[in-house]
Write a protein that binds this ligand. Structure first.
Ligand code: PEP
Ligand code: MG
Length: 542
């Protein structure tokens, strides 16, 4: 029995045979063809094939209701046509008078190297996407077959790194779990594995030897432990873990319609974070009391072009309608930083509301779509990355203008739609009392708040301690300011789902938590067994 330790990036237990991914070698040796124009024509045809391939895969994902995977495959299709990438390939063709395969490989390596050299783990993770696209075009040029799994039954798939499109193509039916020598928790493969519910461990390095091909293994995507050739005792441990997790999920289902109230009567409403209207099914299945954060930027990231007012209206209306009267907080576009539209531009700055206000057309269009959707249920609007009272006033003025336009046009909307703000900058915490006079509600974004308070450069990719008293003090300052002004305060960053902080949040009197759908029921169980009078603010002490 051999035990390996990697980094668990997608929770869950898998047991089964290891199978190393068979990738066919790509023939990209440099040759000097007679006719470079003919190479350009071959390249164009191969790119068209690649775009069609990704689009077909996206379509299949949509049919399977996997919107996130579909959006990713659509982005890959866009990357095939990316101007800088395409120009680089043509430059290599023209300068070196070489074959298209060689030029595509050179461009792929160049772009992947630039992305990999970034200090930002999120940007580094994008290198896999450009490699995926380049391999796909080369396959279109050489007519090569697909990478394959040399087995019919489901396997634990092992590879140096796994491309997002490979994970989607093999699918959940074929893959029990994933083992990678490389990779990080923030790459697209990790995001997809989590969405698809496939346990995954990465960062195993050379300890993941090809000798383990076809060996039976057990993996724990939570702890990162991998056991090759488990003995009876290890098998028993993994069997028990699987059964326990299944039982836990089943037991929790009885809480789906129960209230979020502690034994001593304090309420803390549990809502969900979503990225697309398709996620509303998971919100309802897990008993979420609505949506506390709809990250609208995913609509922009998935689109080929800026989504029109109509496209946005359809998406927002779908989310609001699916919630059937439950509150649906939709956040306006929060783009930049790791959420970039142009995936090849590592320099993309984080855009705050003040940047959007300088050129308000995009925000105006979005607000029109949001107000129109407000006629179909219980919607609220939320502005991100606020740093001043003036910004809130300007956002509210824009809302007033949009409502006046809709009035003139006779378009129905809910005039009482609440306007909330995210507290996720140190500036917002320091002036929280002033902001609370202008906002209908606060939602604390602990992800950005942590980063900005600790001057943590996202590009270092280092994990931060999650129970820091300084950050928790900032959350309390925001909560106190909200309550003093008589408005509600929610937490929608990752900390909200940390059950060890629940007692602290209850002691602060936080009104709502917004968490991933799968976290609602475990958190509800905890709420219903936590006596608030025993909760303290000791985590705020140094
Ligand atoms: C946050 O910053 O905590 C937050 C919820 O927003 P996002 O993670 O989308 O930046
Ligand atoms: Mg944020």
């Amino acid at each position: 029995m051999i035990v390996l330790q990697g980094k668990g990036i997608s929770d869950g237990i898998a047991r089964g045979p290891v199978c190393f991914l068979r990738r066919l070698p790509d023939c990209t040796a440099k040759i000097l063809p007679d006719d470079v124009e003919a190479e350009k024509a071959r390249l164009t045809a191969a790119k068209t094939r690649a775009v069609r391939w990704y689009e077909a895969l996206a379509e299949e994902c949509r049919r399977n209701m996997d919107c996130e995977a579909a959006a990713l495959m659509e982005t890959h299709a866009m990357m095939v046509e990316d101007e800088d990438y395409a120009a680089y390939i043509l430059d290599v063709l023209a300068d070196e008078r070489c074959n298209a395969e060689y030029a595509v490989r050179a461009a792929g390596e160049r772009f992947a190297a630039v992305l990999s050299a970034s200090g930002d783990a999120c940007i580094r993770a994008r290198a896999a996407d450009i490699r995926d696209v380049s391999r796909r075009i080369i396959r279109g040029l050489t007519g090569g077959g697909e990478a394959g799994i040399g087995a019919d039954a489901p396997v634990i798939l092992a590879a140096d790194d796994l491309l997002p499109s490979e994970l989607i193509r093999f699918g959940k039916d074929k893959i029990l779990g994933v083992l990678c020598r490389e990779g990080t928790g923030s790459g697209h493969m990790a995001v997809l594995a989590r969405t698809m519910g496939i346990p995954a461990v990465c960062g195993l390095g050379d300890s993941l030897s090809v000798e383990y091909d076809e060996s039976f293994a057990c993996i724990d995507g939570g702890t990162g432990q991998v056991v090759i050739g488990p003995d009876q005792a290890a098998l028993y441990v993994f069997q028990r873990k699987t059964q326990e997790s299944r039982d836990r999920k089943e037991r929790l289902l009885v809480l789906r319609d129960e209230e979020d109230v502690t034994p001593d009567g304090q309420r803390i409403t549990l809502r969900c974070n979503i990225n697309s209207p398709d996620d509303t099914a998971a919100v309802l299945a897990n008993g979420g009391r609505g949506i506390g954060l709809y990250r609208s930027e995913f609509l922009f990231l998935a689109a080929h072009d800026r989504p029109s007012e109509e496209e946005q209206f359809v998406a927002y209306k779908a989310a609001v309608g699916a919630m059937n009267g439950r509150r649906t907080v939709i956040r306006t576009l929060d783009i930049g930083g790791d959420k970039r539209v142009d995936r090849f531009d590592p320099q993309t700055e984080r855009m705050s509301v003040r940047d959007h206000l300088r050129r308000p057309e995009t925000l105006q269009t979005q607000l029109r779509a949001l107000y129109r959707a407000s006629a179909y249920g219980n919607a609220a609007i939320m502005f991100p990355l606020i740093t001043s009272v003036q910004e809130v006033m300007a956002c509210k003025r824009l809302c007033q203008n949009v409502m006046a336009d809709l009035d003139r046009e006779g378009v129905p909307f809910n005039r009482a739609t609440e306007i909330g703000i995210m507290i996720e900058t140190p500036a917002a915490v320091l002036i929280a009392d002033e902001l609370a006079k202008e906002a209908d509600f606060f939602s604390v974004g602990t992800n950005d708040l942590t980063r900005y308070i600790l001057a943590h450069d996202r590009r270092t990719g280092k994990a931060l301690e999650s129970h820091r008293s300084d950050v928790l003090r900032a959350v309390k300052l925001a909560a106190d300011a909200a309550h003093k002004a008589g408005i509600r305060v929610s937490i929608c960053g990752d900390m909200a789902a940390d059950s060890e902080l629940l007692g602290t949040f209850l002691a602060m009197g936080i009104d709502e938590l917004s968490v991933p759908p799968a976290s609602v029921l475990p958190l509800r169980a905890r709420v219903r067994s936590t006596v608030v009078k025993n909760c303290t603010l000791e985590k705020l002490e140094y």
